[in-house]
Design a binder for this molecule. Structure first.
Ligand code: SF4
Ligand code: SF4
Length: 322
């Protein structure tokens, strides 16, 4: 996917239909000759129904990582071992200053002066998340992601019974939220977003004990269960957008391979940001191998559920596949 289209999607615009004239002869032939293999697709659905559960390999790895990272903060404070001090907003890892990029931006705008430790922390975190894929922060570290994923499972169960229905919003709302919170920090001199950020609220609650702000997190989760699936991460959270911008230039991507794809769309059903998988729809891939866009959280759900292994992790410069 082109850098421009990747950013456009990240800001909330619908995926652009690639210009077919720009497709190579090989890709044009592939699209022209590929047919829906109904028999194989039916066999895949039967196999899924038999196992009752989709593969969970990457999900288990991700949940373990997320829990360990967040517990490290708690353990460091509890045993006073100065390993990982602070919270996800601002921390010190074995003496290295680290700062969440969105929080650092809010602090600098609010206080209108550059603090050296904050700059060091921001640069460290920027390099780390650039290497790791940007929104990897969301699915591998953010504690709200974990509870929202559990809420999503409840939503799916209720939806299957016909008791709830998903209500999507305009994805551009997230970009507007991002701009509004930047302006609020500048005008009020206060890091307004931090007071409502479920990421910061849960992280602080885990480390320093629960507070009233958790009621806000509970309301968000109820909204996601009963009204709009994964609403906060899809349409609201400015942190996701900030890390998405970092991910747009990251060497770590999920890559789509057209050749074996059946276009049955199992990946799109499980994805938090299904617009990045628009390329898997028949006739839309602009190449034989296509990097997914910046909004991808590198969660690995599509990688593990794809029955033909047409989606893989890829680290540029380290071969094609991880
Ligand atoms: S979008 Fe925000 S709340 Fe959701 S996982 Fe990312 S940082 Fe956490
Ligand atoms: S495209 Fe795949 S790895 Fe990226 S967010 Fe969606 S399911 Fe996760």
């Amino acid at each position: 996917m082109s850098f421009r289209n990747s950013l456009s999607e990240l800001f909330g615009n619908p995926p652009k239909r690639p210009d077919k004239k720009s497709f190579s002869i090989e890709v044009q032939e592939m699209h022209a000759t590929k047919k829906f293999d109904k028999v194989r697709i039916q066999a895949i659905y039967e196999e899924i129904a038999e196992h009752k559960k989709l593969p969970q390999k990457w999900r288990k790895r991700r949940w373990a990582t997320l829990i360990i990272v967040n517990l490290l903060f708690v353990v460091s404070l509890y045993f006073d071992i100065s390993m990982l001090e602070g919270s996800l907003t601002a921390s010190r890892f074995v003496g290295f200053h680290m700062a969440d990029l969105n929080s650092a931006l809010q602090v600098m705008l609010a206080y209108k002066h550059i603090v050296l430790n904050l700059v060091i922390g921001t640069v460290t975190i920027f390099i780390m998340w650039w290497l790791l894929g940007g929104r990897t922060f969301c699915s591998w570290v953010c504690p709200y992601h974990l509870v929202a994923e559990l809420a999503e499972m409840v939503h799916e169960k209720l939806e299957a019974k016909g008791w709830v229905k998903d209500h999507p919003f305009d994805r551009r709302a997230r970009t507007w939220f991002w701009i509004i919170f930047v302006i609020l920090a500048l005008v009020t001199g206060y890091t307004v977003y931090e007071t409502i950020s479920p990421t910061g609220i849960i992280s602080r609650a885990l480390i320093y004990g629960p507070g009233l702000a958790l009621i806000w997190v509970a309301l968000l989760l109820l909204f996601e269960i009963f009204y709009s699936r994964r609403a906060w991460c899809r349409y609201g959270c400015p942190i996701g957008l900030t890390y998405g911008l970092v991910g747009s230039i990251s060497p770590l991507k999920v890559q789509y391979h057209l050749v074996d794809c059946l276009h049955e769309g199992e990946c799109r059903k499980v994805c938090l940001v299904p617009h990045v998988l628009d390329t898997v729809i028949k006739g839309k891939a602009a190449g034989l191998d296509v990097d997914l866009g910046a909004d991808c959280t590198r969660c690995g759900r599509c990688v593990e559920v794809c029955p033909t292994k047409s989606l893989t992790f890829k680290f540029k410069g380290f071969g094609d596949k991880l």
